[in-house]
Write a new protein. Structure first.
Lengths: 383, 601
């Protein structure tokens, strides 16, 4: 038998990736050895499969929970360490992900320029400048004149040049923000007269003016250029930012929308959809739990569970646990009275299919040994 | 310049241009005796904290000025001649008390030789920087500080001399050791702190070696011979009390041996050891749950019964018994009156507690262990001179914990045993290791403390030389006999019909949520059902197939029917009692749960 036939024999039994790998490794082996190796691979593969009735979810929870207790201790030691763009780490980050919180603490975005610009430092720097959010107060001195009820903006010439900005543009942006037309636009002076009724409201206008974004993408507080060396020894550049705004970043022409990555779960869901959310949850979970050696399949399961409803569902009262189908299981978790009364109003039925319900009632649980059941079709018997 | 703020006992009282000056002046005044000696001042950056409140630990230090201690030979001479007292030193501004906060401002020299211009204080003696328990720990300066702290905190739990008036004390519970000994290696503070007068342990001959896997980790092996010779033997005492309460209409409790007519009579045997007055005779054995003080109470509903007919007064049995797990001997009986003039009897029981496998012992240096085996004396190793150890602990307990003081104590006490004189191990000025080794050598022992030993079982020489010494061990109050428990069947809670919890209630061991999750993860469905149903609150209920509510059985008529709809179509169903309870509770909420039955497969 040729080697090819041997591979063919296992085509249906082994997953494609595994077979590819086996092919690669068995290049120097003879037929008998190849067969032996594949046989062993198959055995190991079969052993690793989840059996029917196995409590995959429970095991995943324990696998993560056990490490989480260690993480609580360890996060204290890492606290205080900060360098450049750092992310929330350890247990707080896991909580953040698993609860799919709306506003994660530190949102970070890794922007990759399109392949043709990747090695061009100046070009990437240009993109960076485009992205970083600049506020009016960063480039100009803003003063208020209470006597004449005026806001005087004195742009810093050097900074203006650096960012390639014109006073007109600034005036335009501020005009949009405070909804007032400028009285005077000069190179070194822009004056607004907002017609305010009191000093307090003038102050408010000044504050608004200060916060006006004159350049860049909203929410991006800081963007840094990062050098990365590829295996071939080529230097490539990418941009890391504090804060994300995928919607706008992806609209920039030079940005490679396929490889740009944001660590924010809600934003990824908003911009890229549920499949991307699943992937991002998995990747972020791997990132925080890497050093604890959790089997990635547990994390995959979690990511699947969190996204299976077509939207990110948090674990807990407002999410997975609160959406269980069984009344008894829900009531056993939290807010018992609420669930029981609601179930009564609707006349809910509990078919006792889950774990918690069956423990409460005192039945064997439909897991492991309990999955096996004798099923006889009584109708058939009668015939 | 910014003004500094001044705080008195934590509350802001004012500001000052130069807070450092304020602190300095307050200190001066305190030294002159114009301010109380317990007042302390701490000066941080721009804030001055003055503390006068209670609860701060303060300690005395010699004041140093320009590198010279204020205490001179003259003072010492005067104190020796009884012309001066320690408090006079405080009054004269030679010594002052600092608290932890003011200590932060001080620069304290440990010894006089170390004094420099910068020092502000001098330690009276280096050991005064330690607390009482730590300073009674021999060779502390050789041990790791964490271990010292552990050793100091375990001293509190040691069984020893109970209390000076222990023969007439009626504490709820207490322990004492029969023959406590002075430590053979001690510190100068033992005399001052009273440890010599009221010791808390015994000197054990200790061999350091692994022993047939019976002293793995922190386990220790005991010599059965030593145990039988009353080593570390002690007793546990517990006091029970009962009162003759007065009730309405001149009714009263009565201390007596209950008669047969009394409601709840325990049977003749239960009262045999009681005296005429109803209290147990001293030195009689009392079983667990046995009667200590016989007492009867008047009937509860006196008026009702007397109205109907001249009913015979039936008193209730209300004897004081020992706890369900605590047997013992009657140690002492006391009869007195309480503040309202009611008769009050207190009975103290005593139970001898010989060391058992599972009891906890600890040395003063923080080395603790549990007895893992009480080995027959003839099987234990013996040394050249025929000495057999009282105790063997594992050598692996030493390196990672770095309790060198523990080992030095062993050599120190060994020397003390040979010389017949206590070895001084006062921190910072103890006898040196070299001195101890020299003395051991003089007596014909190896200076290292190691000895050739022979296996007690085979008689063969043990290849390695074994470190043998004498170490002072405390017996801690965690005794297995007060903790051991097991249950097959037993009492259940009334409400849930689940097993009770806790040793005193003969309870089971709880399977919690995490244990449950474990069984679920293993898919051990049947085991899970056994734990949560069969061995817990399994119950048989009747379920109405018509309306789905819980039905009932009339055992007299022998018929089953549903109270809710009157149907006789009732099935027997196994369910957990808590579930039935849940259904009841739902009904009380206004929800009607229904059970739908279906043929299984």
């Amino acid at each position: 038998m040729a080697k090819k036939d041997i591979y063919k024999e296992y085509q249906d039994k082994l997953p494609e990736k595994l077979l590819e790998k086996a092919k690669e490794k068995s290049q120097d082996l003879n037929q008998k050895q190849t067969k032996e190796m594949l046989e062993k691979t198959l055995k190991e593969y079969e052993q690793r499969k989840i059996e029917p009735g196995e409590a995959a979810g429970g095991i995943a929870a324990q696998a993560i929970g056990e490490r989480a207790t260690q993480m609580t201790l360890k996060t204290f030691h890492v606290a205080g360490l900060s360098e450049g763009v750092s992310v929330v780490q350890g247990l707080p980050r896991v909580e953040e992900l698993v609860e799919t919180r709306k506003n994660p603490k530190r949102e970070v975005c890794m922007i990759k320029p399109k392949k043709e610009f990747e090695t061009n430092r100046e070009k990437v720097e240009e993109i960076r400048a485009k992205i970083e959010e600049t506020k009016a107060k960063d480039i100009a001195e803003i003063e208020e004149d209470f006597a004449e009820e005026k806001i005087i903006i004195k742009p810093d010439q050097e900074k203006m040049k650096e960012l390639n900005l014109e006073p007109k543009e600034i005036a335009e942006k501020i005009k949009k923000k405070i909804r007032r037309t400028p009285e005077e636009v000069k190179k070194d002076k822009i004056i607004f007269k907002p017609n305010s009724s009191s000093l307090k409201s003038l102050r408010r206008y000044v504050e608004k003016t200060e916060k006006t974004r004159v350049k860049g993408v909203e929410e991006i507080e800081r963007a840094t250029l990062v050098e990365k060396e590829t295996e071939e020894g080529e230097t490539r550049y990418e941009i890391h930012t504090d804060g994300t705004n995928m919607e706008e970043i992806l609209e920039i022409e030079e940005v490679d929308s396929k490889r740009t990555y944001s660590n924010s779960v809600p934003e990824t869901y908003k911009v890229l959809g549920i499949e991307a959310t699943r992937e991002i949850l998995y990747r972020e979970l791997v990132k925080v739990t890497e050093e604890y050696g959790i089997n990635k399949r547990h994390l995959l399961l979690i990511a699947d569970a969190l996204t299976r409803k077509g939207r990110p569902t948090p674990i807990g009262r407002h999410g997975l646990s609160g959406e269980k189908s069984s009344v008894l299981a829900r009531a056993a978790f939290e807010e018992q009275v609420k669930h029981l009364l609601k179930a009564a109003q609707k006349g809910e039925k509990d078919p006792l299919k889950g774990i918690a319900e069956n423990i409460i009632v005192g039945n064997p649980i439909p897991m492991g040994t309990g999955t096996v059941d004798l099923k006889i079709d009584l109708e058939q018997q009668k015939k | 310049m910014e003004k500094g703020s001044i705080y008195l006992d934590g509350s802001l009282i004012g500001f000052h241009e130069n807070p450092g000056e304020v602190a300095e002046e307050i200190r001066e005044k305190r030294r002159r005796g114009e301010l109380p000696k317990t007042l302390t001042v701490a000066n941080y950056d721009n804030e001055v904290y003055i503390n006068t409140d209670t609860g701060r630990a303060i300690r005395p230090l010699i004041i140093v000025e320009d590198g010279e201690p204020k205490l001179t030979e003259k003072h010492i001479e005067k104190i020796k001649n009884d012309e001066m007292e320690f408090q006079d030193l405080v009054k004269n501004g030679v010594v002052e008390y600092l608290d932890a906060e003011e200590e932060e401002n001080a620069y304290i020299a440990m010894k006089e030789e170390e004094l420099t211009e910068d020092h502000t204080h001098l330690e009276i003696h280096p050991t005064l920087s330690l607390g009482i328990p730590s300073s009674s720990n021999p060779f502390v300066e050789h041990s790791f500080s964490v271990r010292t702290a552990k050793g100091a905190s375990m001293m509190r739990q040691a069984m020893g001399f109970y209390s000076p008036p222990s023969h007439i004390r009626t504490g709820t519970q207490g322990y004492y050791m029969f023959y406590p000994q002075k430590p053979m290696t001690g510190t100068r503070y033992d005399k001052k702190s009273g440890l010599d007068k009221r010791p808390i342990g015994q000197n054990f001959v200790v061999a350091v070696m692994p022993y047939r896997a019976y002293n793995i980790d922190d386990a220790i092996v005991f010599n059965k011979g030593s145990v039988e010779r009353a080593m570390a033997r002690g007793a546990y005492m517990r006091t029970y009390s009962a009162k003759e309460r007065r009730y309405a209409a001149g009714q009263k409790d009565r201390f007596e041996i209950p008669s047969e007519e009394v409601q709840g009579y325990r049977g003749e045997d239960a009262y045999t050891h009681l005296g005429e007055d109803g209290t147990a005779n001293p030195e009689t054995e009392v079983k667990a749950g046995g009667v200590l003080i016989g007492k009867t109470s008047p009937p509860r509903f006196l008026e009702e019964s007397s109205e109907l007919a001249p009913m015979e007064e039936k008193r209730k049995e209300d004897s004081k018994t020992t706890r369900p797990n605590a047997s013992g001997k009657v140690d002492w009986v006391m009869a007195t009156e309480d503040e309202d003039g009611n008769r009050l009897i207190k009975v103290r029981t005593r139970r001898t507690m010989p060391p058992l496998v599972g009891d906890k012992f600890a040395a003063r240096s923080g080395q603790k262990g549990i007895v893992g085996l009480i080995e027959d004396e003839e099987d234990l190793p013996w040394s050249e001179s025929g000495i057999q150890p009282d105790m063997i602990f594992n050598s692996h307990a030493i390196p990672s914990r770095m309790t060198v003081g523990h080992l030095l104590e062993a050599i120190g006490s060994k020397k003390a045993a040979l010389e017949g004189e206590k070895t001084d191990a006062t921190p910072f000025e103890a006898e040196t290791k070299e001195d101890l080794e020299k003395t051991l050598k003089e007596h014909g022992f190896k200076p290292t403390g190691k000895e050739v030993m022979y296996d007690g079982k085979t008689g063969k020489r043990i290849e390695a030389k074994i470190f043998v010494g004498v170490i002072y061990y405390e017996r801690l109050e965690h005794l297995v006999s007060k903790k051991i428990r097991a249950r097959s069947t037993g009492p259940v809670q009334i409400l849930t019909r689940q097993p009770t919890e806790g040793r005193s209630r003969k309870g089971g061991l709880r399977i919690g949520v995490m244990e449950r999750d474990c069984l679920v993860s293993h898919g051990a469905s049947m085991l899970l059902q056994e734990r949560f149903m069969d061995e817990s609150d399994e119950s048989l209920q009747f379920v109405c197939t018509q309306c789905g509510s819980i039905a009932m059985e009339d055992q007299i008529k022998g018929e089953k029917y549903c109270e809710a709809c009157g149907s006789n179509d009732v099935e027997r169903e196994k369910m957990s009692y808590t579930f039935k309870l849940l259904l009841n509770e739902l009904k009380s909420m206004g929800i009607k749960p229904k059970i739908k039955l279906r043929d299984k497969a």
